[in-house]
Design a protein around this ligand. Structure first.
Ligand code: FAD
Length: 424
C-alpha cells in the first residue's frame, strides 16, 4: 500500500464520541482507528494535508474537554497489546490503547506489578500518564513517573523516541502533557516485583482521622480517606457502608479510611479480620464507580492539607449542608514533570463532587476560590477553573512547558479550544 492510499484509508467519516460522564461529546471531521504505529503516523500526515487539528482519546474518563477536536480524532482502541517485556529490568512496553487493568493483570503473569495506580483501572495507561493520574501514598508519585520511554508521532508526522535517560528536560515536559506533544503510539513503564496488598478499611470520626493522619501516613505505604458528610454519601461512591468496622460515634460527618500495605508474593497472607482484604495489587487497586458525579480535584501543598480540609468541611457544613458526595483526600509525592499537580511539590489531593446538575457548578466554583488561596493545582483529567494567568502563578515551569510545546508543535496541530486558552 503506498503512502497516499494509507493516508486516505486511515481517515473514516467522523463518528460521535462522548466521555464516560456524557459531559463531553463531539463529532470530528474524521475519525481514525489505527491498528499500527504506521497508521497512526498516516492519520497525522493526512490531517496536515487537510490542515486539520488532531486529538487522541484514551478511555474517555476525563471530565474536561481534553479530547474534543473539530479535526481528526484518533481512537486507539484497536492498539491494545503488550509490545515487549524485559523481565530482568522489570520493564514493559505497551500499545496506547491498553487499559491500566489490562497492563496490571498482564504484569501479574510475568511476576510484576505497577508501583501504584488510581482507584479505577479502566482508563488507559497513556491517558492516565497524560493527565498526572495518581493513587495515594507519601512515597508514591503520580503514574507519569512510571513512564521511562515513549514513542510519539509529532506534528510533522515523524516518529520521535523519547526517554527519561536520553531526553532530560524534554522528557520532563512530556511526562504530563495532556496529549499536546503528539500521538503516543507506545510507552515503556518501569514496573516493580509482583506484590500483594493487605487492605484495611474502617470508618471513624473526622477528629480521629485527622488526629492520626501523620502517624498513619508514615507507617503505611498508602493511607487515604473519604470524608462522608452524611450517611448516604458512602453509597454514591459505592463505598462499603455497613460492612466495615466503625469506631465512629455518629452517623454523619465521619471518614471512611483505607490502608494498603505491600506484601511480597512469596509471603503468606495474614489472618484477615472484618474489613480486611488480601490479594494481588491488580485485584485490590480497582474499585467500582458509577458516572453520577461532577468533580474537581485540586492538590494543595502537603503541609497545608489539614488547614485546607478544615475550610472545605466548614464551607460544606455551613453553606451546603444538603451536599451528599464524599470528599476524597489523597497524598501524592512530588515528581519531576513541569505541569502535573505534583510538579516538584509534595501534594495532597482533595476531590470535591456534586451531582451531574447545573447547580453543582456554583458549589465547585466556590471550592475553587477557597482552594486557590492555597495555590492549589488542578488534576488535568478533572474539571477546573484555570486561566493562563493562574497557571503562571502556580507552576514554576509553566513558561518552560509552553515554550517546549511550541517548539515541538509550532502550528498547534495538537491543540483544541480548551487547551489553547491555557497553553498556546
Ligand atoms: C471513575 C473514575 C475514577 C478515577 N480515578 C482516578 C484516580 O484514582 N486517580 C486519578 O488521579 N485520576 C482518576 N481519574 C481520572 C482519570 O484517571 C483521568 O481522567 C485519565 O486521564 C483518564 O484516562 P483515559 O484513558 O480515559 O484518557 P482520556 O480521558 O480519554 O484522555 C486523557 C488525555 O490523554 C490524551 N491521550 C490519551 N491517549 C493518547 C495518545 N495515545 N496519544 C496522545 N494523547 C493521548 C487525551 O488527548 C487527553 O488529553 C478517575 C476518573 C474516573 C472517571
Amino acid at each position: 500500500m503506498d503512502t497516499m492510499t494509507t493516508e486516505v484509508d486511515v481517515l473514516q467519516p467522523g463518528a460521535l464520541w462522548w466521555n464516560w460522564f456524557g459531559e463531553q461529546y463531539f463529532v470530528p471531521r474524521y475519525t481514525a482507528r489505527p491498528r499500527t504505529e504506521e497508521e497512526a503516523r498516516h492519520a497525522v500526515l493526512a490531517a496536515r494535508k487537510l490542515k486539520l487539528p488532531v486529538r487522541a482519546s484514551g478511555a474517555g474518563h476525563s471530565n474536561p474537554a481534553v479530547v474534543p477536536t473539530p479535526g481528526v480524532h484518533v481512537d486507539f482502541d484497536g492498539m491494545r497489546d503488550v509490545i515487549s517485556v524485559d523481565r530482568e529490568k522489570l520493564q514493559v512496553t505497551i500499545q496506547p490503547g491498553m487499559r491500566v487493568g489490562e497492563v496490571s493483570r498482564y504484569l501479574r503473569t510475568v511476576g510484576m506489578s505497577l508501583n501504584n495506580q488510581g482507584d479505577i483501572d479502566t482508563q488507559t495507561v497513556v491517558g492516565a500518564i497524560a493527565t498526572g493520574t495518581h493513587g495515594a501514598g507519601i512515597t508514591l508519585p503520580c503514574m507519569s513517573m512510571q513512564m521511562i520511554a515513549a514513542r510519539i508521532v509529532t506534528a510533522d508526522g515523524d516518529f520521535l523516541d523519547l526517554s527519561a535517560e536520553k531526553d532530560g528536560e524534554l522528557f520532563r515536559a512530556f511526562r504530563c502533557s495532556i496529549g499536546l506533544f503528539g500521538l503516543v503510539v507506545s510507552v515503556t513503564l518501569q514496573a516493580v516485583p509482583s506484590y500483594n496488598i493487605h487492605k484495611i478499611s474502617w470508618n471513624a470520626d473526622v477528629e480521629d482521622c485527622i488526629g492520626g493522619l501523620h502517624q498513619r501516613l508514615e507507617t503505611n505505604r498508602t493511607f487515604w480517606f473519604f470524608w462522608l458528610p452524611v450517611k448516604k454519601s458512602a453509597e454514591l461512591y459505592v463505598l462499603p457502608g455497613g460492612v466495615v468496622p466503625s469506631t465512629a460515634t455518629r452517623e454523619n460527618d465521619i471518614c471512611h479510611m483505607r490502608v494498603y500495605n505491600a506484601v511480597p508474593v512469596d509471603e503468606a497472607a495474614p489472618a484477615l479480620k472484618e474489613g480486611e482484604q488480601f490479594d494481588h495489587s491488580s485485584v485490590i487497586f480497582p474499585n467500582p464507580y458509577i458516572p453520577n458525579f461532577r468533580e474537581i480535584e485540586y492538590a494543595v501543598p502537603f503541609g497545608r492539607f489539614e488547614e485546607a480540609f478544615a475550610e472545605v468541611r466548614h464551607l460544606f457544613q455551613t453553606k451546603y449542608p444538603e451536599a451528599l458526595y464524599p470528599v476524597e483526600c489523597r497524598p501524592v509525592k512530588a515528581d519531576d514533570s513541569y505541569i502535573s499537580a505534583y510538579a516538584e511539590r509534595d501534594g495532597y489531593a482533595l476531590s470535591i463532587s456534586g451531582p451531574l446538575e447545573f447547580e453543582t457548578w456554583g458549589m465547585l466554583k466556590e471550592m475553587d476560590a477557597l482552594l486557590d488561596r492555597y495555590d492549589a493545582r488542578p488534576h488535568w483529567g478533572k474539571h477546573h477553573f484555570m486561566s493562563a494567568e493562574r497557571l503562571e502563578r502556580i507552576y514554576p515551569r509553566y513558561d518552560d512547558f509552553k515554550r517546549t510545546r511550541r517548539e515541538i508543535d509550532p502550528d498547534g496541530v495538537f491543540l483544541n479550544d480548551h487547551l489553547r486558552s491555557l497553553f498556546a
